[in-house]
Design a protein around this ligand. Structure first.
Ligand code: NAD
Ligand code: IPM
Ligand code: MN
Length: 365
């Protein structure tokens, strides 16, 4: 049997609750599919700040780098919100993404049919939506220099950041996105702000050049303001989307709501080599932390992405995804996706129901 080392980073807020569910699911799927996991749990974010004084301890980074894949809950919370930038939980997250070189972030927005009524959009608009949003993750305004605080010519305090993309950063995410689109419907929509921003102008120019190498993919371009409107107007027009770091951050939260809740969207962050980082797209949800209210599906689905993209264990990945659909079909819901006629449960109980579905291995449609 295959054997893998997995770094678990529960993090802050609801992080420990959702990671605990996802870990149980991995253990069960592993035992049923003949895969052995060795878990190492490490600190990041606020939990690491409290214990060690830094948001990304060296031990955490080296454990992550030495493992086959990293599964993360979420980081952040009120307690650390006023910290200086280098002492913020979120800085630890940005550091680990950069250190692992995971420049490509896959954020699938899939409307599961039992959840159509949880979407805030009309049934006919939401039904059947299946978008793969690819977010560039290690460049752009998140990392651009110069950045900081200063003073302008009037002596007024300023804060500034730089949206910047080098050709090689655009080219590698473009190749990644074209390859994903090739395996899906062959339709790729690149979202930018090329009517205003130079970084987007270069982005668009490089995508047009690289498109020549993928004649089987139909490339389109859309400005981000229009794209955010089109996602709500008619999300089914999209198949594979690709965009920069900050637009991808915003559009993925928006796309999540089409599917019913931000608690449904998983992600996979991949680099050219080395371990991938797998995490739900949502945050630490401090407003519901410790109350057993968190939706663990996004994290469980991130564990499925870990199996598929991180370890190449497609069968085990599919088994988890089938279990998610089966759990939904059996009516179990956390509060964020509850609708009349379904069964409201907490995070823990939902986890137990997912385990039952993994065990029974009903094949979803
Ligand atoms: P958030 O995603 O944590 O929460 C937004 C809203 O969605 C809240 O009402 C929350 O209760 C709800 N929600 C989120 N996930 C849920 C789930 N699984 N089940 C049910 N409801 C869920 O965003 P925020 O409130 O803007 O940020 C809170 C903290 O999380 C901040 O410190 C932020 O920096 C951090 N954050 C971390 C990550 C990450 O670690 N990847 C991502 C986003 C935000
Ligand atoms: C996300 C989060 C992070 C981001 C924050 C917490 C740094 O919002 O993963 O979507 O902006 O990338
Ligand atoms: Mn975000």
């Amino acid at each position: 049997p295959s054997s893998y080392s997995i770094t678990l980073i529960p993090g802050d807020g609801i992080g420990p609750e959702i990671i605990s569910v996802a870990k149980d699911v991995l253990v069960l799927v592993g035992s049923l599919e003949g895969i052995k996991f060795e878990f190492q749990e490490v600190l990041m974010g606020g939990a690491a700040l409290d214990a060690t004084g830094v948001p990304l301890p060296d031990d955490t980074l080296s454990a992550a780098k030495q493992s086959h894949a990293v599964l993360l809950g979420a980081v952040g919370g009120y307690k650390w919100d006023k910290n200086e930038k280098h002492l913020k939980p979120e800085t630890g997250l940005l550091q680990i993404r950069k250190e692992l070189g995971v420049f490509a972030n896959l954020r699938p927005a899939t409307v599961y049919s039992p959840l159509v009524d949880a979407s805030t959009l009309k049934r006919e608009v939401a039904e059947g939506v299946d978008i793969m949003l690819i977010r560039e993750l290690t460049g752009g305004i998140y990392f651009g220099e110069p950045r900081g605080f200063g003073t302008n010519e009037n002596g007024e305090e300023i804060g500034f950041n730089t949206e910047i993309y080098a050709t090689h950063e655009i080219d590698r995410i473009a190749h990644f996105a074209f390859k994903v689109a090739q395996k899906r419907c062959g339709k790729l929509c690149s979202v930018d702000k090329a009517n205003v921003l130079e970084a987007s102008m270069l982005w668009r120019r490089r995508f047009l050049a690289i498109a020549q190498e993928y004649p089987d993919v139909e490339l389109s371009h859309m400005y981000v303001d229009n794209a955010s409107m089109q996602l709500i107007r008619n999300p089914k027009q999209f198949d594979t989307m690709v965009t920069n770091n900050i637009f991808g951050d915003i559009l993925s939260d928006e796309a999540s709501m089409v599917t019913g809740s931000i608690g449904m969207l998983p992600s996979a962050s991949l680099g050219a080599s080395g371990p991938g980082l797998f995490e739900p797209i949502h945050g630490s949800a401090p407003d519901i932390a410790g109350q057993d209210k968190a939706n663990p599906f996004a994290t469980v689905l991130s564990a499925a992405m870990l199996l598929r993209y991180g370890l190449g264990e497609e069968k085990a990945a599919k088994r988890i995804e089938n279990a998610v659909v089966d759990t939904l079909n059996r009516g179990f819901r956390t509060g964020d996706i509850y609708s009349a006629g379904t069964k409201l449960v907490g995070c823990k109980q939902l986890g137990e129901e997912i385990l039952k579905s993994v065990e029974s291995n009903v094949h979803a449609g």
